[in-house]
Design a protein around this ligand. Structure first.
Ligand code: NAG
Ligand code: NAG
Length: 456
């Protein structure tokens, strides 16, 4: 009897062990992605030709905006004693709207936004809008290509202060960057897909093809938010194109990381080997962090499931658009500022900076198409590709900012086995815009390590 039980339980243990192993291991890589023509017209009907681009919005669009800003309905006052806890505080919103209406000068901002050379190129049917800055090079300084991608609710506006840093030789460095900073399809002046299926993996293919068309077979890649997600996909699917990947939003979404999180939520001491002691408060109490995530990610569920519904409202109302986007700039920059009526918005940004970003959604009418990125990425078919479960094979650097999504050291190495540089900073989700010097320096430091390793 005892022998039978022992035998049976051994079989069960071996079986469970085997099951666990197959669940925890990365799935096989998917077959190469089909090259889909995402734009209107027949495949191949538009050639990938580089065309200069200048932002020049019609008077009609600006007049219409002014009318909407002057004729919006009265804003619902916040509840007593409430600042940003229920979402965007409408007293603060009113201040921004008044500024937008009477002080914000788009024609002048257009000049500012046009200060870097911009182009479009048609890739797989989509006109992609990008900034291309070549550095002025001195002798002995190497020029390395770098692709920069923004996320949601960001835009190329996030990069205006970091671009000069990345493209100007820095003291003590023997290299500098030639930067291509692009709007994701469906964002700003990059055209949206006309058919379903353009998720992070497919966008990675579009950008790989774009860089190749521009003459860059290999390049460095940097991004935060969805830019980071897209570049992570690019690094897994086309590692031969990526010299190195720098992210200011490294995330880990493997079954093993979920198992660790689950176990340590019951037994926090279980995490001693993968969470730095000084970061315990970013993970524990687990319940608090779980509820915080739930409270802050409602937009994600909405955009991942019904982007066109929420888009109908947001794309029609500048007030709604501003509220929806600015809420993210408050919580994403310093979460504790949800308790301030001014949301701390002006601690790091000016209303002008923030409105530039909002305008890039408004004048291009891209709210809905920007939301769809979530639906096209967080669905069963796209998740089924299993890219986020793959280890990223290229040299990687993670800059962790305090108020951004957090992944513990011992989780990062699951997804980024080739992590060559990890740093922590006091800052938020929109790091390129909030702390351009800090992020810029971190990119240089990381790439220097990657370049040295490549020479070995
Ligand atoms: C913008 O377009 C208008 C009308 O087509 C034109 O007169 C103006 O010169 C353009 N401005 C820029 C900066 O290209
Ligand atoms: C975030 O805000 C708190 C006050 O609410 C302040 O003590 C802290 O220094 C801020 N952190 C950053 C990185 O801005």
């Amino acid at each position: 009897m005892a022998k039978t039980i022992l035998l049976l339980s051994s079989i069960v243990v071996v079986f469970l062990g085997y099951k666990l192993k197959t669940v925890l291991e990365p799935p096989p890589l998917p077959p190469p992605l089909e090259e889909i023509w995402w734009g209107p017209g027949n495949p191949g009907s538009v050639k990938p030709v580089v065309k200069p681009f200048t932002i020049n919005v019609s008077d009609k669009v600006l007049k219409d905006l002014q009318w909407r800003l002057e004729n919006h309905r009265p804003l619902t006052p916040p509840l007593e004693g409430i600042q940003q806890q229920y979402g965007m505080n409408t007293k603060l919103l009113k201040e921004v709207i008044d500024f937008w209406k009477s002080k914000y000068d788009w024609r002048q901002r257009e000049k500012f936004l046009n200060k870097f050379p911009q182009f479009t190129i048609n890739i797989q049917g989509l006109d992609i809008h990008y900034i291309h800055v070549k550095p002025k090079v001195q002798n002995g300084i190497r020029v390395l290509p770098l692709l920069l991608l923004h996320g949601w609710p960001g835009s190329l506006r996030e990069f205006y202060d970091i671009l000069p840093i990345l493209t100007t030789p820095q003291e003590g460095r023997d290299f500098v960057f030639e930067v291509i900073a692009a709007h994701i399809p469906g964002y700003g002046f990059s055209k949206p897909a006309v058919r379903p299926g353009l998720g992070a993996a497919q966008i990675a293919q579009v950008f790989k093809n774009m860089m190749k068309e521009l003459g860059f077979k290999k390049f460095y890649a940097q991004g935060g938010d969805f830019g980071s997600i897209i570049l992570q996909h690019l690094s897994v699917l086309y590692p031969e194109s990526v010299l190195g990947f720098h992210s200011n939003m490294c995330i880990v979404a493997t079954p093993l990381s979920y198992l660790k999180t689950f176990l340590s939520s019951f037994y926090p001491s279980f995490s001693w080997w993968y969470v730095r002691p000084e970061h315990y408060d970013r993970v524990f109490p687990a319940k608090e962090h779980f509820y915080k995530k739930l409270r802050e990610t409602g937009y994600l569920h909405l955009q991942a499931t019904k982007p066109d519904t929420i888009g109908a409202g947001i794309n029609d109302s500048p007030v709604g658009l501003a509220a929806y986007i600015l809420e993210k700039f408050v919580s994403g920059t310093n979460f504790t500022w949800q308790q301030r009526q001014d949301g701390g918005l002006k601690e790091f940004f000016s209303y002008t900076d923030l409105l530039d970003n909002i305008m890039l959604y408004w004048v291009t009418e891209s709210a809905t198409t920007s939301f769809r990125l979530y639906s096209e990425t967080f669905n069963i078919a796209h998740m089924g590709l299993g890219i986020t479960r793959q280890p990223v094979p290229v040299p990687t650097a993670c800059a962790r900012f305090k108020y951004d999504f957090y992944a513990a050291d011992g989780m990062l190495t699951e997804t980024y086995p080739n992590l060559v540089h990890l740093s922590d900073y006091d800052g938020g989700h929109f790091a390129a815009m909030q702390l351009p010097e800090v992020l810029g320096k971190d990119i240089y430091t990381a790439v220097e390590i990657m370049e040295k390793n490549a020479k070995k």
